[in-house]
Write a new protein. Sequence first.
Length: 306
Amino acid sequence: MRRPRLLPPLLRPGDTVALVAPAGPVDATEASAARSLLESWGLTVRSTPRLLASRLGYLAGSDEERLEDFTEAWLDPEVRGLVCARGGYGTQRMADRLDYPRLATAGPKFLVGSSDVTCLHQALGDRLGLVTLHGPMPACRPLHDDKETARHLHAALFGPSAPSLPLNGPVLVPGRAEGPLTGGNLSMLASSVGTSTAPDTAGRILVLEDVGEDPYRLDRALTQLRRAGALHRTAGIVLGDFFACGPSKQVEGVLRDRLSDLGVPVATGLPAGHGPRQLTVPLGADAVLETARHRIALTPQKRTSR
């Protein structure tokens, strides 16, 4: 029987969070905007020593630097959450080098991020038994430009968290499903097949989203997950934004073609991922997908005490 994952303690004004860059490089302007936003919520923000490092033009420093920064921040007893400044690329290069038994000694903490951070959600969620937050990142525009995006992340961190997530798109396959939420960026999940961070989808509600991928590339990623058996083991599938992935009708056609014959409910329209509104999804939390009510109901879970 699968044990419920641990919910980190809610934050309070004055708590310390670490701003980390485990993937792509962050410039000084982005870092300043991220810090200002988090400080406006009453948080003390600790930047990792090499937050502004860059390597090869697409990494926030070397693998060793990003690994050390992330590990030191997680183990810091004053830090109650790690907020990834942005995605990009790079978390897969450090995931297998994380010392999970050592990280577990620090107790439950928040991990916030999306896109490339999908790899860390899979790794830390499964290895440490944590609920992690697939949400907007403070170096990116939606968290600054959309009040609902900011409000939703704030509520996930400070409470009260939302009891459900809306589904504003067509239902591809009607039905009801129960299970923990898992998933994230489709391309990242597909490229993790066969690795230590391959998605565990059995009996879970799989959330998928992507950005900037042509329809045939979405087809290829979904086909990869199908061939690996990952899609057939799910309890249900929820589709977030597929932002800048081509004509919406063509994208919907690909999703319907690759997902409608799995024998599980499939719903679209979750405002999460890379779109202009990015709601926070608690990966690992128990949930109920109700396509008739166009929502994901989040099952109340006991939160870890401080």
